[in-house]
Structures are given as C-alpha cells and as structure tokens.
Design a protein around this ligand. Structure first.
Ligand code: NDP
Length: 451
C-alpha cells in the first residue's frame, strides 16, 4: 500500500516549476488543470496515494532529435525535432505535429499534456502526445518543405506506429506535409498502416477531418448557448486566426445563421462590418492556405473591411468569440474587454489561447467559456475515427461522420455538465473538462499499478 502524500496545490506547483525550469507554457497548462483537480481529489485518497496527477504531469518520454536538410541554394540547415509522448493509459499516443519557429520543448509538453485530457473527453481510446519542430515553413519552396518533412520522418518513424503513436497535423502542418511524411514512413518501413491521420482521401484519409476542429468548436458553442435557450441565429462572432480551424469555425457560424466580423494572422486582424460570408471565407482559404498570403490583403479584395496591424481582434464588440490562432493570444485585458462589450460565450478553437488571467476573468464573470480541450476536440475525434476506418480497411460516409462528430461534441458537453455544474445556472466548463478528462485517465492508471 502506497503511503499517502497530501501536498497542497502551491507545493505541488512549486515542484512542477522546479522540475521544468524555463518551460512557462507547460507550467501554465499544469497549473490550469491542477487548480480544478486538487478540489476534486480532496476526498479521493487513492489519487493522492498513487501520485496520479504528478505522474500525468511527467511525460512518458520526450524524444528530441536533429533534423538536417538542404535548402534550394545548397546550404545545409539544422533544425530540432521533438515527439512528446505524454500518456498512453487509455490508447496509443495521439496528437499533432507543429512546424513553427515558436516551437520549443515547453510548448510541445504543454500541448501533449492538454491532449491527454482532450483525447479522454472524446470517449475514444487515444492517449496524449504532440510533436514538431522549430522549422519555419513560411517562405520555403515546396521542394524545401518536402525535403524537411522527409528528414523529420527519417528519425520520427522509429518512435511511432498505428498502435504506438499516431501523429496528425497542427500549425504549419496540413495535408501536403502529412503526405510527404506518410510517403517517407512508407518508404522506410514498407508498411501501409494508419500511422498518421489527416491523410488524403485517396490514401486512407477520412471525410470531414479537415473541417472537424472548426465545425466541432461551433457545435460545442451551440450546445453551450442551448443551455440558455439561445442559438447562433443573428449572433455576431469575433474569430482570430485564418488557418484551418478559424476558417472552418467561420464557415459553420455562417451556416448556423451567425455573422463573422473578424479573422486574423500573426500580422494583425481584419474587421468586416458586412460580415465574412462563405464566398469571402473561400477567398481566405485560397489566399492563406494555397497562396500562403497575408490576411491584410483581404481589404484590397473587400474594401469595406479594415486591417489593424499588430493587434488581436478582441476589442471588436460581439456576442460570441472564438480564439482559433495560437496559445496565449487572449490575455486578461482582452478578456475584460470582451466581457465589458457584452460577449456572452467564448469557445476556444486553438489550444490554450486564453492566458490564466483571462481564464480567471471569464470564470468570475460566469460567461459561457469552453476551454480548447473540450471545444476543439472535434479534430482529434475525427482523427480517432480515421484510425478506426484504417483498421477496418474501409471508409465511412460523410453523413455518418458528420453525425458522429456532432454526437461526440454533445457527449463532451455532457461530461462538462456532469462535473462542472456549479448550480444557479452557471457551468464551469474548465472544471468540468478537467475533471472528466482526468478521471478517465486516472482510473486507467490506477488499474495498471505503479508503472
Ligand atoms: P494553421 O497553421 O492552419 O493556422 C494557424 C493560424 O494562426 C494562422 O492564421 C496563423 O497566422 C495564426 N498564428 C500562428 N501563430 C500565431 C501567433 N504567434 N500570433 C498570431 N497568430 C498566429 O493552424 P490550425 O488552424 O490548424 O491551428 C490553430 C490552433 O488550433 C492551434 O492552437 C492548434 O494547436 C489548434 N488545433 C488545431 C487542430 C487541427 O485539427 N488543425 C486541432 C485542435 C487544435 P500566420 O499565417 O501569420 O502564421
């Protein structure tokens, strides 16, 4: 019988900070979860005695490796690659690959930690992982991107597998990059397996995977509004980002009768008072994804819009907000502004876009606020369905998948209600998601003993 170890939250967090120096994003993610889990564990001795949270906050392994490639000018470039395998208590590690200059071990550890809870919430058998590189795809030629992806996979292939660890895309990694990585995996191993998700439809991909994260976030938002007897008809939405998640969230808002006012990228945001309709969204998709352009070019195409350089869109008054770009893009001051301007619901499309101050402000204001691990889980959920289709060697129909996505988002919403209902009509979705995700992983870990 393990000896009980009842440290309090500040002591626990001191330990996390000490063991993970210079990893602020990881410490922030653990803090956000620990705040809720400590309450939940107060009367549950077995989680303390078995040090479950301490174990989940220590990745199973972090693999770091060199990625060399040659640019078009013949110059040798050296990047760093990582795969963080955080926890596989309920299934193979699963989580995206990010290519962005801001990628560090801390960022990937935070993402893999969050992914562990998110994947548990989907109800599908997937553990948590994340990977990536500080490689900057911006301004690189297609051949350079291909060479980089091949070099990255030449090391990564040793650590992944259909029943081991199944990466997907994330920032800077879309269908094209998944194709180059899958091609290299297949070439090295001579195996055609569901080792990556987000694949092309011709070679094992799933319908609606591309749309799933953005659509799922809006389904979750609609589920939250429904608890107040409201829907999205006529509601104004402020969205950040202009990549995969942002454009598909915008598309679903429009389909459900809402009006999208903003989109953004790392250069600033555009505000279109006429609303960003499907035709304009298609323009953004083409311009950002295929032409790798900048969002500021939107105002030349749609002159009623304005571009605000170097700023985020949270000052634009709205009914609902969806941060869909990156971590820590919505700070305490922004949260205050949104609440003061009458924003009633925030659903995170990105991972940890709201900083801890912002989270505390949304909670104190008691608005409908969904953390990414709940509201953006639609993408990984359809990735899980892609894995099932690959194992079965068949493809499901679009209607079936659309319904499954809706059902999964509703199930996550229900889990949040189970553990987050605070009475008086207030649901703490952060608490609900943290506890529901933790409980599933924790109970599996208890079954395995001390491993
Ligand atoms: P994309 O690469 O398609 O788009 C990312 C968008 O965010 C771009 O508009 C980009 O602008 C912007 N962005 C990136 N970094 C910054 C920054 N530092 N400051 C401001 N804007 C920035 O990525 P996704 O849409 O796939 O991912 C967006 C978020 O959603 C991430 O947090 C990701 O982890 C999360 N997510 C994605 C899932 C998916 O299925 N794709 C699943 C679950 C979560 P620019 O073009 O200027 O770089």
């Amino acid at each position: 019988m393990a000896v009980s170890d009842h440290v309090d939250l500040p002591t626990f967090m001191e330990g996390v900070k000490k063991r993970n120096p210079y990893q602020p994003e990881f410490v922030q993610a653990v803090q956000e979860v620990a705040e809720d889990i400590f309450d939940f564990m107060a009367d549950k001795e077995q989680y303390h005695a078995q040090q479950i949270l301490r174990r989940i906050a220590e990745p199973d392994r972090v693999v770091s490796f060199r990625v060399c490639w040659e640019d078009d000018a013949g110059k040798i470039r050296v990047q760093r690659g990582w795969r963080v395998q955080n926890n596989n208590a309920i299934g193979p590690y699963k989580g995206g690959i990010r290519f962005h200059p801001s990628v560090t071990e801390s960022v990937l550890k935070f993402l893999a930690f969050e992914q562990t809870f998110k994947n548990a919430l989907t109800g599908l058998p997937m553990g948590g992982g994340k990977g990536g590189s500080n490689f900057n795809p911006k301004g690189k030629s297609v051949r350079e991107i291909m060479r980089f992806c091949q070099s990255f996979m030449t090391e990564l292939y040793r650590h992944i597998g259909a029943d081991v660890d199944v990466p997907a895309g994330d920032i800077g990694v879309g269908g094209r990059e998944i194709g180059y990585m899958f091609g290299q995996y297949k070439r090295i191993t001579n195996q055609f397996t569901g080792v990556l998700t987000g694949k092309g439809l011709e070679w094992g991909g799933s319908l609606i995977r591309t749309e799933a994260t953005g659509y799922g976030a809006v389904y979750f938002l609609a589920n939250m509004l429904a608890t107040k007897g409201e829907d999205l008809t006529g509601k104004t939405a402020v969205i950040s980002g202009s990549g995969n998640v942002a454009t598909h969230a915008a598309e679903k808002i429009v389909q459900l009768g809402g009006k999208v006012l903003t989109l953004s990228d790392s250069g600033g945001f555009i505000h279109d008072p006429d609303g960003i309709d499907q035709e304009k969204i298609n323009w953004v998709k083409e311009h950002k994804t295929h032409r790798r352009g900048r969002i500021e070019d939107y105002v030349a195409a749609f002159p009623n819009a304005t571009f605000v350089a170097g700023q985020t869109p949270w000052g634009v008054p709205c009914d609902v907000a969806l941060p869909c770009a990156t971590q820590n893009e919505l700070l305490g001051e922004d949260a205050k502004m949104l609440v003061a301007n009458g924003c009633r619901a925030v659903a995170e499309g990105a991972n940890m876009p709201t900083d801890l101050d912002g989270v505390h402000i949304f909670k104190a204001a008691k608005i409908l606020y969904a953390p990414g691990k709940a509201s953006n889980a639609g993408g990984v959920a359809v990735s899980g369905l892609e894995m099932s289709q690959n194992s079965e060697r068949r493809s499901w129909k679009e209607e079936e998948l659309q319904q499954m996505l809706k059902d999964i988002m509703l199930g996550i919403h229900q889990s949040c209600l189970t553990y987050g209902d605070q009475g008086g009509g207030y649901i703490d979705y952060v608490k609900g998601a943290n506890i529901a995700g933790f409980k599933k992983v924790a109970d599996a870990m208890l079954a395995f003993g001390v491993v």
